[in-house]
Design a protein around this ligand. Structure first.
Ligand code: NAP
Ligand code: GLV
Length: 309
């Protein structure tokens, strides 16, 4: 079996080593060295260039190097019949929940305010509610959102979540669909976005949504940059509709040096590190699906082409 590996992160050596542990006979070709493209059975990719798929006539599987697959669906030349699988790795899930817990605790404990006060040597304590009195909303109750929500609940927060279809999660009130969004927003002093990027979720984090949150709420976006309307965030921070934002993902990555988010005292920027792909653990999931493809077994974590996540 021949696999094409394509990533904008310099990780081909690690992936070759890790995949060889599970599939010693796998032939891994690293983009742009295709060899004979007709021999390539599967592609393991992150942000593939437009038009790539037209060059691979015998492709039988596209595997995402990340949990998200928006980077694959971005290319309209995507062949309709080729299955797409995304990455589900407990290591990544744990990493994301760590990030969400850290940022929710920072916001809950007024860390952005105290950072600013320290710059001006201001000694001013603010009222501090308990976690049980802090209402957190999680947009997206999939693999990552569900784990993050349940760990926030263990920390004592009053957590609720939102998804497309109805969910029943122990201890976490769950809302769904367009009708359920308002109820989730009205109760969310801290809003965490863990949605996939699809036509239905793009630009969801905009002025209209911010206006439905309690005044002075904070947001954490670790879904995708295109969920957020950037100018609307800046306006909401200026007007006091929002008090702070934590952003891990951006429309343009790396975030350009002149971008106003870098300098904004109420915005914390992290460089898309909430939950990075970890080759030693992720290779288990990728190798499992490559074996399944070879043996004609059902693939795991297959993406529904019509839902795009
Ligand atoms: P997932 O398991 O597919 O879960 C997606 C969740 O979003 C599901 O609960 C789904 O609802 C919900 N959803 C999708 N479309 C919706 C809509 N239109 N309205 C309401 N809910 C909707 O995905 P995941 O593994 O949790 O990953 C989520 C995203 O996190 C990825 O797509 C990626 O963009 C991002 N991510 C970021 C990083 C980072 O480092 N920043 C790392 C990994 C992933 P249903 O359950 O009803 O289907
Ligand atoms: C990272 O953003 C991922 O989708 O895994």
């Amino acid at each position: 079996m021949a696999l094409l590996f394509l990533s904008d992160v310099d990780s081909a050596r690690d992936w070759r080593k890790e995949l060889a542990k599970h599939l010693p006979d796998l032939e891994m070709r690293v983009w742009p060295e295709l060899g004979d493209p007709g021999e390539i059975d599967a592609a393991l990719v992150w942000r593939p260039p437009a038009g790539l798929w037209n060059r691979l006539p015998n492709l039988k599987l596209i595997a995402s190097l990340g949990a998200g697959v928006d980077h694959i669906f971005a290319d309209p030349s995507l062949p309709p019949g080729v299955p797409i699988v995304r990455l589900v790795d407990p290591y990544m899930t744990t990493a994301m929940s760590e990030y969400v817990q850290l940022q929710v605790l920072r916001l809950h404990r007024n860390d952005p305010v105290y950072r600013t006060q320290q710059q001006a040597r201001v000694w001013r304590p603010w009222p501090q509610p308990n976690a049980a009195e802090r209402r957190v909303g999680v947009l997206g109750l999939g693999v990552l959102g569900r784990d993050a929500a349940s760990k926030l609940e263990v920390l004592g927060f009053d957590v609720a979540g939102w998804s497309r279809r109805e969910k029943r999660l122990p201890g976490i009130p769950s809302f769904h669909g367009a009708a359920g969004l308002d109820a989730l927003l009205r109760r969310s002093e801290i809003l965490v976005c863990l949605l996939p990027l699809t036509p239905a979720t793009e630009n969801l984090l905009d002025t209209r949504l911010f206006a439905r949150l309690p005044r002075g709420a904070a947001i954490i976006n670790c879904g995708r940059g295109r969920h957020l309307v950037q100018a609307d965030l800046l306006a909401a921070l200026d007007s006091g509709a929002l008090s702070a934002a934590v952003l891990d993902v951006f429309r343009d990555e790396p975030l350009p040096p002149q971008h106003p988010f870098w300098r904004h005292e109420r915005i914390l920027v992290t460089p898309h590190v909430a939950a990075s792909t970890n080759p030693p653990t992720a290779a288990l999931a990728v190798a499992d699906n490559l074996r399944r493809l070879r043996d004609g077994k059902p693939l795991r974590n297959r993406v529904d082409g019509s839902e795009r996540y």
